[in-house]
Design a protein around this ligand. Structure first.
Ligand code: HEM
Length: 410
C-alpha cells in the first residue's frame, strides 16, 4: 500500500499552501524578506505533491488493470525519491551545484526504478490489448527522465553541452507536455469508468490520442531545443487536437446526466483551460507581435500553468484517490467545492491580468497567489481529514490495510 507516499503528498501539499501565501504577501509588499522561493513554489506542487502521488499510485493502478496482486510497497524507491527531493529542496535555493547533481540523480534513479516496476506489471495478452493508462505512464516517465536531466543541468552548463537553445523551456516542455500531460491522460482513462460510472465516449480513440500526445510532446521539446517553429507549431496543433478529443471523451457521456456536473468534474475540465491558454497565445509570441507582452508571458505563464492546470487537476483527483486508498467503507468522490472552483480559476485570471496590466502587476500578482492559497486550504484540510479517518479505522480494526481496500480496477 502506498501510505508513505500519501503522507509525503500531504506534507508537500501543506507546504505548498505556505509557499503560495508567501508569494502573495511578498507581492503585496507585506513580507518582502521571504521573496525568492520561486523554484520551491512550483516544485512543491509538481514534484512534491503530484509526482509523490504518482509514485505511490501508479504501481497499484497498473497492477489492478493487469489483474495482478497489489504490489508490495517499494521502500527502496520511496527512499531514493524522497532523499532526492529533500536534497533538491535545499540545493536549488542555495544554488549548490554538487547537491543539485546528487538530488537530480537520486530522483532520476527513482523514476527509472518505477518505470522498471511498471514495465514488469504486465497483464495477460487479452488485458494488455485493452485500452488502459500503462503506456501513458511509461512514456510520461520517460519524458520525466529527460526533464530531470535538463532541470539538473540548468546550472551545470549541460544545456550548452547538449546544444540547447533555450534549456529552461525544454525542461518545462518535457515535464509539462511530456510527463504531466501523458500521466494525466492515463489517469483519466483508467479512473473515468469508476468516477463517472460509465465508459469513455470512444474507447478506440485512446491509441491515436496516445500517439498524438507523445508526438506533440516530442515536437514541443525539440522546438525550443533546436530552436525551430517547424517543430513547435505542429506540436501545438497535435496537442490541441489530442487534448480536445480526450476531453470530448470525458464530457460527451455525461451530457444531460443529473448530478454528474459537480465541482470535481468542473475542476478536471477547467484545469485544461490553463494549459491551453499559453498554447493559444504562443503564435503571437513566436511572431513577436508589437505591443504583445511576450516576455511577461514567458516569465509568468509557467506559474499559471502549474497552479491552474497541474494543481487544479490534483484538486479533483487527490481527495478522490486518498478516499479510495484509505477509506474502505465510503464511496469516493472527486474533490473540490464551488468555492475552490471559483478561487483557483480566479487566481489564474488575476495572474494573467498581471501580465497585461504592468502598472498594477504586483497587486494583481499578490491577489492571484492569495486566491490560490485560499483555494488550496480546503483541499489540504480534506486530505488531512481523510488521512486521519483512514488511520483511525485501521487502528480501530487493528488489521493490515491491504486486505480491506477495494480494487482500483473496479
Ligand atoms: C529532478 C527534477 C527537477 C529538477 C532538478 C528541476 C529543476 C528546475 C530548475 C533548476 C528550474 C529553473 C528555476 C529558475 O529559473 O528559477 C526549473 C523550473 C521549472 N520547472 Fe523544474 N525541475 C525538476 C522537475 C520538474 C517537474 C517534474 C516539473 C513538472 C511540471 C517541473 C516544472 C518546472 C517549471 C514549470 C519551471 C519554471 C518555473 C518558473 O518559471 O517559475 N520541474 N526546474
Amino acid at each position: 500500500m502506498p501510505y508513505p507516499y500519501l503522507m509525503m503528498t500531504l506534507l508537500f501539499a501543506s507546504l505548498a499552501v505556505l509557499a503560495a501565501l508567501d508569494s502573495s504577501l511578498a507581492s503585496l509588499n507585506l513580507l518582502p524578506w521571504f521573496n525568492g522561493l520561486r523554484w520551491l513554489r512550483v516544485h512543491l506542487i509538481t514534484l512534491g505533491t503530484l509526482t509523490e502521488l504518482f509514485f505511490g499510485l501508479l504501481p497499484v493502478l497498473v497492477a489492478a488493470r493487469a489483474r495482478q496482486a497489489r504490489p508490495r510497497m517499494r521502500w527502496d524507491i520511496w527512499l531514493v525519491l524522497n532523499a532526492g527531493l529533500l536534497t533538491l529542496l535545499i540545493a536549488i535555493p542555495l544554488v549548490n551545484h554538487a547537491l543539485i547533481f546528487v538530488g537530480g540523480t537520486l530522483v532520476f534513479i527513482a523514476a527509472l526504478l518505477l518505470m522498471k516496476q511498471l514495465g514488469e506489471l504486465r497483464g495477460p495478452r487479452s488485458e494488455a490489448k485493452a485500452a488502459n493508462g500503462r503506456i501513458f505512464y511509461l512514456t510520461g516517465l520517460a519524458y520525466l527522465l529527460l526533464g530531470i536531466i535538463i532541470g539538473t543541468g540548468l546550472w551545470l552548463g549541460w544545456g550548452e553541452a547538449l546544444r540547447m537553445s533555450r534549456p529552461i523551456e525544454v525542461h518545462i516542455h518535457a515535464n509539462n507536455w511530456g510527463f504531466m500531460s501523458l500521466v494525466f491522460a492515463g489517469l483519466l482513462i483508467d479512473l473515468y469508468p469508476s468516477f463517472a460510472g460509465r465508459p469513455l465516449a470512444w474507447p478506440r480513440s485512446i491509441r491515436p490520442i496516445y500517439w498524438m500526445l507523445t508526438m506533440a510532446a516530442l515536437l514541443l521539446v525539440l522546438g525550443p531545443w533546436i530552436p525551430s517553429q517547424l517543430f513547435t507549431v505542429p506540436g501545438i496543433i497535435l496537442f490541441l487536437i489530442a487534448t480536445g478529443w480526450l476531453l470530448a471523451n470525458v464530457i460527451k457521456p455525461l451530457i444531460g446526466v443529473p448530478g454528474a456536473w459537480g465541482p470535481g468534474l468542473w475542476h478536471l475540465i477547467l484545469s485544461y483551460v490553463w494549459i491551453v491558454a499559453p498554447v493559444l497565445v504562443a503564435p503571437l509570441i513566436l511572431l513577436e507581435v508589437t505591443g504583445f507582452p511576450g516576455a511577461g508571458i514567458e516569465l509568468n505563464a509557467p506559474q499559471a500553468l502549474i497552479y491552474g492546470w497541474v494543481l487544479q487537476f490534483g484538486y479533483a483527483f487527490l481527495p478522490y484517490l486518498f478516499a479510495r486508498l484509505l477509506l474502505a467503507d465510503q464511496v469516493a468522490r472527486l474533490g473540490g467545492t464551488w468555492f475552490t472552483v471559483t478561487t483557483v480559476n480566479l487566481g489564474g485570471v488575476f495572474l494573467w491580468a498581471s501580465i497585461f496590466f504592468a502598472g498594477q502587476a504586483a497587486v494583481l500578482h499578490g491577489i492571484a497567489y492569495g486566491l490560490w492559497a485560499v483555494s488550496l486550504i480546503p483541499i489540504v484540510a480534506s486530505l488531512w481529514r481523510i488521512a486521519r479517518a483512514g488511520y483511525s479505522q485501521m487502528e480501530d480494526k487493528g488489521i493490515a490495510p491491504a486486505r480491506e481496500q477495494p480494487s482500483l480496477a473496479d
